[in-house]
Design a protein around this ligand. Structure first.
Ligand code: IYR
Length: 233
């Protein structure tokens, strides 16, 4: 497949030109084998909160972001921006602001029911991964498109689109051998200021990426069985 050489510009009104789509059909034996392998590999993914300081190949992160950006989106508006935060001073700033908000949350803002739901995971307001993981991504959703001339066009299904893209990001990172965590400090407004994002963007998630630390532990979770998550009619 040749790489795309055309540059995206926002579509508005005019229909896309239909082009033939004829991917080679995968033989079912191969399909079955691939699906079973992916199922097993994805079952090995764990959210990691303790990262090794070892660097990760930056190209893996770039490729994973490019994978995420192939996600389907409302009206194909691709309403996402991925910020790779490399500057240690900026990461310190993000951690300080996130921990300040989280402290308020854990000190009661979340409410008893929410705190009880989190207790089995043992999370708290200390977010070492924000500075310790070798890479930090912040995903923003573009609530609307902002043209160079200040023109605004609403984006549709932004939460769904960006959620799907983050799922694909996690999948790509995991299958490329990297661990990650989806962190959602709340409120997240400080991220727009710290990262100087434009007014049409709203922070969606912070994703530290790296390798698990040598002493990394994760909770002994049990996933719902297939029967528990699917039904047939
Ligand atoms: N945002 C907080 C709280 C938190 C909420 C949920 I729902 C989690 O699954 C985990 C944490 C934090 O990051 O600690």
């Amino acid at each position: 497949m040749s790489p795309e050489t055309r540059q995206w510009t926002p579509a508005h009104g005019a229909p896309y030109r239909p082009v033939a789509y004829r991917p080679a059909r995968m033989p079912s034996a191969q399909s079955l084998a691939r699906a079973a392998e992916l199922r097993a590999r994805m079952d090995e993914r764990r959210t990691v909160r303790h990262f090794s300081p070892d660097p990760v190949p930056e190209q893996v992160i770039r490729d994973a972001i490019a994978c995420a950006a192939t996600a389907p989106s409302g009206a194909h508006q691709q309403p996402w921006t991925f910020v790779l935060v490399k500057d240690p001073a900026v990461r310190e700033q993000i951690r300080a602001a996130a921990e300040q908000e989280e402290q308020l949350s854990y000190d009661g803002r979340l409410g008893d029911e929410w705190l009880a739901a989190l207790r089995p995971l043992g999370t708290d307001a200390v977010k070492t991964h924000l500075t310790d993981a070798p890479a930090l991504l912040v995903v923003f959703q573009q609530r609307y498109w902002l043209g160079p001339d200040g023109v605004k066009r609403k984006h549709y299904y932004v939460d769904e689109s960006v959620g799907i893209a983050v799922g694909m990001l996690l999948t790509a990172l995991h299958l490329s051998g990297l661990a990650a965590l989806v962190h959602t400090p709340s409120p997240m407004r400080f991220l727009s200021h710290v990262l100087h994002r434009p007014e049409n963007e709203k922070a969606f998630a912070v994703v530290p990426v790296g390798y698990p630390s040598d002493d990394c532990e994760v909770p002994d979770l049990i996933r719902k069985s297939l029967d528990q998550v699917m039904t047939e009619v």
